[in-house]
Design a protein around this ligand. Structure first.
Ligand SMILES: Nc1ncnc2c1ncn2[C@@H]1O[C@H](COP(=O)(O)OP(=O)(O)OP(=O)(O)O)[C@@H](O)[C@H]1O
Ligand SMILES: [Mg+2]
Length: 267
């Protein structure tokens, strides 16, 4: 019995290593999608492209230590998404062409607007993207009153996670710090899709993925862009590196992006 376990382990281990050491073509074009307006290519694995359809799995958590590819991944997503984009980046907004909210007051205004209008919505999709969810955490040095905007933003995010699916409002929630505060129960339960780049500890991996594994992704340059993709199944994959080019301008709120091949080139 143990021999069979041993052989199975070796086969899977070998397969895993092969995926991670595989050569990624440098001149590849992103394929034209068998598109619905909610599907995107998010990476590549040993058998081909990894697709994600936001209509089937409404929300997504993106976790990973600094410098392993969260923002790059979000840029790849944005360039393919067909709908309204609300991009909240409290880290200065330098990573993106344009953002919807750069500070906590504006984030609250935008998020409350979405929650208030959510139940009336019938058409189109809205993607609410938070790049660095840790920035929405309340500050220990502030009073409760001074923290009001942070708490209001968190309440809106939880509401979007809970109800968004039915109203075509999607949450893409990225963080360096997967803790149970930042990825609270409401978000965790409702965001089944996880994209997890390398994390420093098994504990962090368990919060982000509900299991260990992200701490075993390669460290340093070799691990950049590598992620574990998990929803009802789990696969290791390589994300695409986004190359900014003339005409790539992330228009928020009404990005009007059709197709994906012309928005990408893969390094
Ligand atoms: N798929 C990829 N292939 C190759 N390199 C990549 C890939 N994704 C990201 N990188 C490289 O890794 C670097 C860091 O990526 P990125 O800015 O997306 O990290 P991050 O996770 O957002 O970090 P932070 O948490 O500090 O914001 C970039 O300079 C980029 O060139
Ligand atoms: Mg980033």
């Amino acid at each position: 019995m143990y021999i069979i376990y041993g052989i199975t382990f070796l086969v899977f281990y070998g397969l895993g290593m092969q995926i991670f050491s595989g050569n990624w073509s440098k001149s590849e074009k992103l394929p034209l999608l068998p598109r619905t307006n909610t599907s995107v290519v998010i990476g590549k694995y040993e058998k081909g492209y990894v697709y994600h359809n936001f209509r089937k799995f409404a929300h997504m958590i993106v976790a990973g230590t600094t410098g392993y590819g969260k923002t790059n991944f979000i840029k790849c997503l944005i360039s393919q998404l067909d709908g309204e984009i609300v991009l909240i980046d409290l880290k200065g907004g330098f990573d993106y062409g344009k953002v919807t909210a750069l500070d906590i007051e504006q984030s609250r205004i935008e998020l409350e607007k979405i929650v208030a209008e959510m139940r009336q919505r019938r058409q189109g999709h809205i993607y609410v993207i938070v790049d660095e969810a840790g920035e929405l955490e309340e500050r220990s040095y502030l009073t409760k009153k001074e923290n009001a905007d942070y708490l209001a933003c968190q309440a809106c995010i939880s509401e979007i996670a809970r109800l968004g699916r039915g109203f075509h409002v999607h949450l893409i929630y990225a963080t360096q710090y997967p803790t149970s505060n930042i990825i609270n129960g409401q978000i965790k339960q409702n965001a089944e899709t996880r994209i997890c780049f390398r994390l420093p500890t098994e504990i962090a991996s368990r919060v982000a993925l509900d299991e260990s594994g992200a701490e075993e992704l390669p460290a340093g340059d070799a691990g950049m862009g590598m992620a574990i993709f998990k929803k009802d199944y789990k696969i290791p994959m390589m994300t695409y590196e986004f190359v900014e080019r003339d005409g790539w301008d992330v228009k928020v709120r009404n990005p009007q992006r059709k197709g994906s091949a012309d928005s990408f080139s893969i390094k």
